[in-house]
Write a protein that binds this ligand. Structure first.
Ligand code: SF4
Length: 247
């Protein structure tokens, strides 16, 4: 069986709540677009188009049409785009929305995927646009360290300067960190451990599919982890029914 590969964001979802990860990532049971997702995707697309030479107005309109849902407004996308310091990258030698899929060790058995918003073609720096409401540092999660590792792998670099740009904030909010070789390796090892663990658990669930042990195997391997995320979780009804013993 071919092993599944995940992005850093998906692996963080697994750490946050294994049951949510199972429903969202393995079973792909999430339906429809939410406003935060549509706004985030549209903003990323608009900035990508601008960096590729499209005018700001055309880029925002195109991005709006691409992700249009009822509550999404052009002005909201424009406000976030205006907070992005894209001008500083316009004449730089960069790759935009750089996709990667890389083996996590020399066996090549497990891989990680991802998309780096802005990657220096020489591999010295990367940037990531954030449209969420909370500011945090690049080392608060493993996402940026894993991006840095991926860029380092692709460009043969042992140190990468990575910056998060928080576009919800009028006065530009950014957080940078120079990732060392060891920090990047630590992120790779974290991703490898979780990817192995998830694939093993998923194979176990497949073995018991259609048997009386299917639900108990799922509950044991992808348990619910209640938190403040539950209030806007699309799987809450099923989750509370299945894990009714948690408080
Ligand atoms: S309701 Fe809470 S515990 Fe259940 S899947 Fe969603 S986030 Fe996880």
């Amino acid at each position: 069986m071919v092993n599944l590969a995940f992005s850093a964001t998906r692996l963080i979802t697994y750490e946050d709540c294994p049951f949510m990860f199972y429903k969202r990532v393995i079973k792909k049971e999430e339906n429809g677009q939410t406003l935060p997702l549509a706004l985030g995707s549209a903003t990323h697309l608009a900035i990508e188009l601008i960096l590729k030479g499209v005018s700001k107005y055309d880029a925002v309109v195109k991005a709006f049409r691409e992700y249009e849902i009822d509550e999404l407004k052009i002005k909201d996308i424009m406000d976030l785009v205006d907070n992005a310091p894209y001008q500083q990258f316009m004449r730089a030698a960069i790759e935009i929305e750089k996709k990667f899929r890389l083996p996590l060790d020399e066996t090549g058995e497990y891989e990680v995927t991802g998309v780096i918003d802005v990657a220096d073609t020489k591999g010295y720096f990367l940037a990531d646009w954030k449209t969420n409401r909370k500011v945090y540092t690049p080392t608060d999660t493993r996402q940026l360290a894993l991006y840095a590792w991926a860029l380092g792998e692709m460009q043969g670099k042992r140190e990468i300067l990575a910056t998060l740009y928080f576009l919800r904030f009028y006065k530009q909010q950014r957080q940078s960190h120079l990732f060392t070789y060891w920090e990047m390796q630590e992120a790779r090892i974290w991703a490898l451990k979780l990817t192995k663990e998830i694939n093993k658990k998923n194979q176990l669930i497949k073995m018991f599919e259609g048997t009386p042990y299917e639900e108990s195997t799922l509950k044991a391997n992808f348990p619910a982890k209640p938190s403040n995320r539950c209030s806007h979780c699309p799987f809450s009804v099923e989750c509370f029914g299945m894990f009714s013993d948690f408080s």
